[in-house]
Design a protein around this ligand. Structure first.
Ligand code: LRH
Ligand code: MN
Length: 430
């Protein structure tokens, strides 16, 4: 029996004030789309089955190397993070899974944690290993790398940790392991590019060998940070070659913030799908580096173009189209719940807009080199305000029409500030 954190009456009362306007807007949009042969209820159905996972580490305030500014009532452990993730899903109804990170979310009883999440209406998405920080009492430091480390005992320690994450994930009901390693160098000559990659591939193959049949290993590339001269898995090229080397259960995960500014990420998505290696996403936004800003907050058009490629990919599934959609953000200046509500809306909105692209017109224009009409086929869809469809889908699933208004009316954060112990000052991502 699910016990959700917010009162359903509060959401119903808040919705009552917006219901008539929503019906009007939905009907008007329905008439507009019908003129182009689109049945709005078909789009509503697709949106209703769309979902994106939230990162456990995104439920608390994030920070930079300079500082982190906690807020009163922010979560202090995985149990409180799950409660906050349940608030997000109760309001927006598109975030029913949590992606955990170990050892940050370690507990003694994962079966109990699975039940606790289920009681909050939550399941689990990809588990994330962590060989980019040293833990107290750890035998071998990751200062010189982890899966690609020169030291064999350090590599074995990293392999064992990833296998432990798989064992935890099996108890939670997860079927994906996300492997991001910060391994790299800060000086030319510090490591040999080929030998460090070969060490990574050898160690990753041991993790791959431990995957259950129905699991995937999602390799996450990143151009730089924490290494600032070279990174072992620095781009989609290194990632797809490693995934092809490892085997069919190895796929590539695209974190939108892990590329140089202005890189054509939507083309990377198309390429990874073309070769059957598109495994998943970490959605966020950025202006400079791996800023981990709210999805769609800086470059919503890029997010739309990524979903345009995903809708195309779904129409041409090759060997299976099943990318994991996850948010990966650092909420340094907002209430994390509000940021993830806003981001879930931006992500779902870009998916809905991509569904509205007249693909026949687009393909016909592409095949006839009618550049302007090809562009206009995308731009027309991008310009449509899909908010009524997203709100209808939420209400139908028991969520809120205006998620931020309902959240603030709930006074949830203020209540948690009374209940939870304060988080100490610090720095870094968690
Ligand atoms: C690395 C990354 C990775 C996570 C971490 C929290 O920048 O994107 O996905 O493990 O952030
Ligand atoms: Mn990421």
């Amino acid at each position: 029996m699910t016990q959700l954190p917010l009162s359903a009456d509060l959401i119903a009362e808040a919705n009552a004030r917006h219901a008539d306007a929503l019906d009007e807007d939905y009907a008007a949009l329905g008439r507009k789309l019908a003129r182009t042969g689109i049945d709005i209820d078909d789009v509503l159905g697709r949106v209703a089955s769309f979902s994106v996972a939230v990162p456990s580490w995104g439920a608390g305030r994030g920070g930079t190397r300079f500082a982190k500014f906690p807020i009163p009532g922010e979560p202090t452990n995985i149990h409180e993070k799950l409660e906050d993730c349940a608030v997000i899903n109760q309001l927006c109804r598109v975030t029913p899974r949590v992606s955990p990170h170990f050892p940050w979310d370690k507990v003694s009883d994962f079966a109990a944690l699975r039940e606790e999440a289920a009681a909050l209406g939550l399941g689990w998405d990809a588990v994330n290993s962590n060989t980019f920080q040293d833990q107290p009492g750890q035998a071998h430091t990751y200062a010189n790398g982890s899966l690609s480390a020169q030291d064999a005992a350090t590599r074995q320690q990293a392999v064992d940790h990833n296998i432990e994450c798989i064992e935890i994930g099996k108890q939670l009901g997860s079927t994906d392991l996300t492997v991001w390693v910060g391994d790299g160098t800060n000086f030319p000559g510090q490591q040999d590019f080929a030998r460090s990659l070969d060490r990574y591939l050898d160690a990753a193959a041991q993790v791959y060998a431990a995957l259950p049949d129905d699991w995937r290993m999602l390799l996450e590339h990143k151009m730089f940070e924490p290494a600032f001269y070279s990174t072992v898995i620095s781009d989609w090229g290194s990632s797809i070659l490693a995934a092809q080397e490892l085997g069919p259960k190895a796929k590539c995960l695209v974190d939108l913030g892990h590329h140089a500014p202005n890189v054509n990420i939507e083309q990377i998505v198309a390429r990874l799908h073309r070769f059957g290696k598109l495994g998943g996403f970490h959605f966020n936004d950025s202006k400079y580096g791996d800023d981990d800003l709210d999805s769609g907050s800086i470059n919503p058009h890029q997010l739309f173009l990524v979903f345009n490629e995903l809708v195309e990919a779904e129409l041409n599934p090759r060997d299976g189209f099943n990318p994991s959609y996850m948010i990966d953000q650092s909420h340094n200046v907002t209430d994390p719940i509000e940021s993830m509500l806003s981001s879930a809306e931006a992500i779902t909105g870009c998916f809905a807009k991509a569904l509205l692209v007249d693909r026949d017109a687009l393909h016909a224009a592409q095949e006839s080199n009618d550049t302007m009409m090809a562009f206009q086929a995308l731009r027309r869809a991008y310009n449509i305000d899909v908010a009524p469809i997203l709100a209808k889908a939420r209400v139908a699933a028991g969520g809120a029409i205006d998620v931020l208004e309902a959240y603030r009316l709930s006074q949830y954060r203020a209540r948690k500030a009374q209940e939870r112990k304060a988080v100490g000052l610090g720095a870094g991502i968690v």
